[in-house]
Design a binder for this molecule. Sequence first.
Ligand code: CP
Length: 318
Amino acid sequence: MKKFISVKDAYSIPALIESALAYKANPFKDKSLGINKTIGMLFLNPSMRTRISTQLAAKHLGMEAIVFNVSNEGWALEFEEEVIMSGNTVEHVKDAAPVLGKYFDVLGVRTFPTLKDKAEDYSEFFIQQFIKYSGVPVVSLESATLHPLQSLTDIITITESFKEKRKPKIVLTWAPHVKVLPQCVANSFAQWINAWGQADFVITHPEDYELDEQFTNGATILHDQKEALKEADFVYVKNWSTYNDYGKIYSNDPSWMLTQKKMEVTNHAKVMHCLPVRRNVELSDEVLDNSNSLVTQQAGNRVWAAQAVLSEILKSIQ
Ligand code: CP
């Protein structure tokens, strides 16, 4: 694996799940695989889970991880081609990325979307520049439109939580939020669940919150949340801003918050969220604190997803 920015880079989802669960059972089984190798982890935006889980995954593989919080420690980066750099940006990615490629064997990058320019965001303009100019494998730590390490984690968590000999019904439901949030987690979850093909997949959201069909094609889309939740085995809760009229909040209808009462129509569904979560805005306390909430297990599994991916990247550069 020479890069990991989308499900298209995953050679086999079942094999990655198997690898991640093997690392969960025995974290240090490949403790020499990454010896003398270093991953540079660049954060242009904040993180807790992605940063720490990836650092731990690297450590388990014997690899060094160096974190660089670009947004508050580094020079302001310029990404536009042929720009006259007379403004606030100090260093062009064309100059910075090759230097990072000299320092590191693998580069992890977190960038968020502008939520202003849809074409730029959906071209993955920022992370593509690191791929183009660094010369080393790039792992997405969440990009403008996708969050593949999160989605692999989500499927690992579903796999270890569902033992019946039928496909689970998985519902991705929109939830209210006070901020304008990216579509990344929802896009990526839809992309991975569809590619995995092992679920009856339903997405529910208010009208005007349609996601990009390149990710959702294959899912059933419903605007009636109660109808969607019926007989669900898993309910994945996430807010996203509008995709068509890009980056807006059309409605923050609190009636879309997931409550325990709404869970009554499900098949004793397990509840998932990528975190961080706004309590009593997206989900009620009683749902998050219920024994059916998988959110802590899910966040814990970030380590094993990252380890499975890093091990494949390391094998490709031995
Ligand atoms: N879920 C997730 O990516 O969390 P962080 O933003 O804390 O990394």
